[in-house]
Design a protein around this ligand. Structure first.
Ligand SMILES: [Fe+2]
Ligand SMILES: [Fe+2]
Length: 241
C-alpha cells in the first residue's frame, strides 16, 4: 500500500476532524436547574487568604455587582492555573521520562490540565463575545491591561505553589472555582429574562448548544463545580498520583 500523501500543514490536517473539548458534561435544562439550585443551597468554601485577596481586588477594581464585564475578567484569570500545572508537569517529564509508570501519570496530569484549560478558554471566548455585543466601551487599562497583569501574577503564584507543594495550588484553585460556581448561579438568578433569550454565539457549536442564555451560564457554572471537585480531590493526593 502506498504511503499516504503528505499534505501542507499535516498536523493541522490530522486534527481538523477532531472536535475540541467543549463543556465538561452536557446537562439537560432540568439537570442544569437542579445543579444551580444545589449550588445556591450549598455553603461556599472557606477561602484562603490569597483567594480572599484576589476576590477583594476584583470587587475593588470591577465592583461588587455581577456584570458580564467582571465575569470576562474572571475567565481570563481562571485558565492560568491549568497552564501553570501543564508547564510544571512537562518540566517534571524532562526529569522523569526514564520512569515509565511515573512518566505516564505525569502525562495524564498534562492531559487533564489541557482539558480544563480548553474548557475555561470557551468560557472566556463566550464571555468576550457577549461583552463585546453590549453597548458602551470598556476602559482599556481597567479591562484589558490590568486583567493581564493579574493573570500574569496569578500564573506565577500558581506555578510556584504547584512546584513546591501542589496541594497549595489546588486549594487556591478550588477556592477560585467555588467562587465562580456560586457567582454564576447568582448571576442566572438575578437575570430571569435570560430564560427566554436564545444563545447563538460564534462558539455555540464548539462549547455545546444550550436552550437559553440562562442555561448557558448554568452550564458554565456546572463546569466550575467540576473544576472545583477535581481540585478538591487532588488536594488530598500525592504529587502526580
Ligand atoms: Fe470558567
Ligand atoms: Fe473555572
Amino acid at each position: 500500500m502506498p504511503a499516504p500523501e503528505i499534505v501542507e500543514r499535516p498536523v493541522t490536517a490530522a486534527i481538523s476532524d477532531r472536535p475540541p473539548f467543549g463543556a465538561m458534561a452536557h446537562l439537560t435544562h432540568d439537570q442544569l436547574v437542579e445543579a444551580q439550585q444545589g449550588t445556591l443551597a450549598s455553603p461556599r468554601r472557606r477561602a484562603s487568604l490569597s483567594a480572599k485577596a484576589l476576590f477583594n481586588t476584583m470587587d475593588l477594581l470591577y465592583g461588587k455587582e455581577r456584570t458580564l464585564a467582571k465575569f470576562r475578567v474572571l475567565e481570563l484569570i481562571a485558565r492560568v492555573p491549568y497552564q501553570a500545572w501543564e508547564n510544571v508537569a512537562y518540566v517534571a517529564m524532562t526529569h522523569k521520562a526514564s520512569e515509565p509508570n511515573f512518566a505516564r501519570r505525569i502525562f495524564d496530569k498534562v492531559r487533564v490540565s489541557r482539558f480544563e484549560q480548553d474548557n475555561e478558554q470557551w468560557h472566556l471566548l463566550i464571555l468576550e463575545e457577549l461583552v463585546h455585543a453590549q453597548p458602551g466601551r470598556l476602559g482599556f487599562v481597567r479591562h484589558r491591561i490590568v486583567p493581564q497583569i493579574i493573570a500574569f501574577a496569578y500564573y506565577q503564584l500558581s506555578w510556584l505553589m504547584y512546584a513546591v507543594r501542589p496541594s497549595w495550588s489546588y486549594r487556591l484553585n478550588a477556592d477560585f472555582e467555588d467562587h465562580a460556581e456560586h457567582e454564576y448561579a447568582l448571576l442566572v438568578e438575578e437575570n430571569p429574562a435570560w430564560e427566554h433569550e436564545a444563545y447563538d454565539g460564534s462558539f455555540a457549536d464548539d462549547y455545546g448548544r444550550c436552550d437559553s442564555l440562562a442555561d448557558l451560564f448554568r452550564q458554565i457554572g456546572y463546569d466550575e463545580r467540576l473544576h472545583k471537585l477535581e481540585s478538591e480531590a487532588n488536594m488530598t493526593l500525592k504529587r502526580f498520583s
